[in-house]
Design a protein around this ligand. Structure first.
Ligand code: BES
Ligand code: ZN
Ligand code: ZN
Length: 497
């Protein structure tokens, strides 16, 4: 579908060519193309500024029906994200124009400061993410808008072989992202825990990852009292999905835990209308973990990676969890429920303590749409990083910048645990006041991770969107998949373990 290729621009015919252009400068030296770039730059409506777009038809010299010139901004300031957005813009416009094919020109070697491999990866990521539409629930008419069937990235002949594996890897990482997007965008009635669990199992079996699905009887035996408490109000029973990639000879183990609340009504602490609207996305952490495991199945790294996805639906009913109930978690710690809408931390408490005990991981990460407070603190586009391990926080932040899934570290003040005291149980699931809610949630989780090296990433803001982004559309964003793949499997990751 996407190919890294070389092509003779003066000979071949093209439907659409996407040409990146910098302010006042061409980044391609191909003679015919660069004179067309000069023409484009001489027009008042196109300056090559970041995001500029100019479409020209059947232009002399090159046999292309359309040329899409897209601005990258100042040549010295071009970053990976500009390339992602450039490729995405070209693909989006081609889709809007009813096209099925585009060729994207790679900037010349040496034209930009970025390493070649990062440039190729960025262009492929942007193009593939922009080419994804979630159409499972559209009628016939709307399905006439179709993703492109062929995307070529054109590069000099002598570079093709060296960069092919980079291109392939970028495409793999995007596949997991798109999988996570689709899971999140799926309506909640169609992904109740048992259904979602089999969806994940089916996808992971495609890439030879073994999955175990624990039902509520198993969970009772395992002592998952906190998670089962959340599930009580729903007619759809809980499931725990455990995906274990354990290659021969692996010496390190990473455990990934993802919050999988397939619908968060709040429970008896029912959310108001506005709050209910996006709550099908409350399983985005689990979706991201499934996406990472999917990529792991293809990338086959030499570390053991275990994905743990606790799945529940949080509903009010005559059988629902009450405010005031006390639950006994897997670790044995008893939890007084102060608010049934703080359900994410309850299911994570069991999953984290079971993950730490069962696998004794070298690293444990959890991703969760955990708190509205994190969105208040950092906005809709940035996730919160919580960990007592500063080096780990820095490595996550680093990867987040590289893939442009933005994260920012937030504090976990030790003395804040005092606010989680319960009069009758070991701990309460909400603090006695509402301030700094993202941090209190993280402090609560920290009680259940044992001695593991651990970080929690609160993705409540960026996991889901209602507007079009450069390469996201309304719905799930797949946030976290590229981040974790970079952190765990990229040679340039600064994570050491
Ligand atoms: N799933 C929500 C958090 C959330 C809010 C995700 C907005 C995405 C967008 C979570 O379960 C929740 O309801 N948290 C409460 C906690 C409170 C009761 C302590 C919140 O943030 O209000
Ligand atoms: Zn909630
Ligand atoms: Zn929730």
């Amino acid at each position: 579908m996407i190919m890294l290729k070389s092509a003779d621009l003066s000979r071949r015919r093209f439907a659409n060519i996407v040409v990146p252009v910098c302010e006042k400068s061409s980044v391609t030296s191909e003679a015919k193309l660069s004179s067309l770039v000069d023409d484009a730059l001489s027009l008042p409506e196109f300056e090559g500024a970041r995001g500029d777009l100019l479409v020209r038809y059947a232009t002399g010299g090159i046999k292309a029906e359309r040329l899409l010139f897209i601005g990258l901004g100042r040549v010295k300031q071009v970053e990976e994200e500009d390339l992602r957005q450039m490729a995405a813009k070209g693909v989006r416009r081609a889709i809007e124009l009813g096209q099925s094919k585009v060729a994207i020109i790679m900037p010349d070697k040496g034209a930009l400061k970025l390493p070649r491999s990062r440039q190729v990866a960025a262009i492929i990521e942007g193009a593939l993410m922009a080419n994804h539409l979630f159409q499972n629930y559209r009628g016939k008419e709307a399905r006439k808008v179709k993703p492109l069937t062929e995307i070529e990235v054109l590069i000099a002949r002598n570079e093709v072989n060296r960069l092919r594996s980079v291109a392939e890897k970028a495409a793999i990482v995007v596949a997991g992202t798109l999988l996570a997007r689709d899971f999140v965008s799926t309506p909640p009635a169609d992904k109740v825990p048992a259904t979602f669990a089999t969806m994940v199992e089916k996808k992971l079996s495609e890439v030879a990852i073994s999955v175990e699905i624990k039902d509520d009887e198993d969970l009772a035996q395992m002592g998952f009292g906190a998670m089962l408490g959340v599930a009580m109000g729903s007619d759809s029973p809980a499931r725990l999905v455990v995906a274990d990639y354990n290659p021969a000879g692996a010496t390190k183990t990473v455990v990934l835990v993802g919050k999988g609340v397939t619908y968060d009504s709040g429970g008896l602490n029912l959310k108001p209308a506005e709050g209910l609207k996006d709550m099908k996305s409350d399983m985005a952490g689990a979706a991201a973990v499934a996406g990472v495991l999917y990529n792991v199945g293809v990338l086959r790294p030499d570390v053991r990676v275990v994905g743990i996805m606790p799945l529940v639906e949080n509903m009010p009913s005559g059988r629902a969890l009450r405010v005031g109930d006390v639950l006994t978690s897997h670790s044995g710690t008893t939890i007084e429920v102060g608010n049934t809408d703080a359900e994410g931390r309850l299911i994570l408490a069991d999953a984290l303590s079971w993950g730490a005990e069962t696998y004794a991981p070298d690293l444990m990460l959890d991703m969760a749409t955990l708190t509205g407070a994190c969105v208040v603190a950092l906005g809709q586009d940035i996730a919160g990083i919580f960990t007592p391990d500063e080096k780990l926080a820095r490595a996550i932040k680093n990867s987040s910048e590289r893939v442009f899934e933005r994260c920012w570290p937030l504090p976990m003040p030790e003395d804040g645990k005092a606010y989680l005291k319960s009069d009758i149980a070991d701990i309460a699931n909400v603090a006695s006041h509402r301030w700094g809610g993202a941090s209190t949630a993280a402090l609560f989780l920290s009680e259940f991770v044992g001695k593991s090296r651990w970080a929690h990433i609160d993705i409540a803001g960026p996991a889901f969107t209602r507007k079009n982004g450069s390469y996201t559309r309304p719905g799930g964003t797949g946030f976290g998949v590229r981040l974790l793949c970079d952190l765990l499997f990229d040679e340039e990751s600064t994570l050491k373990f």
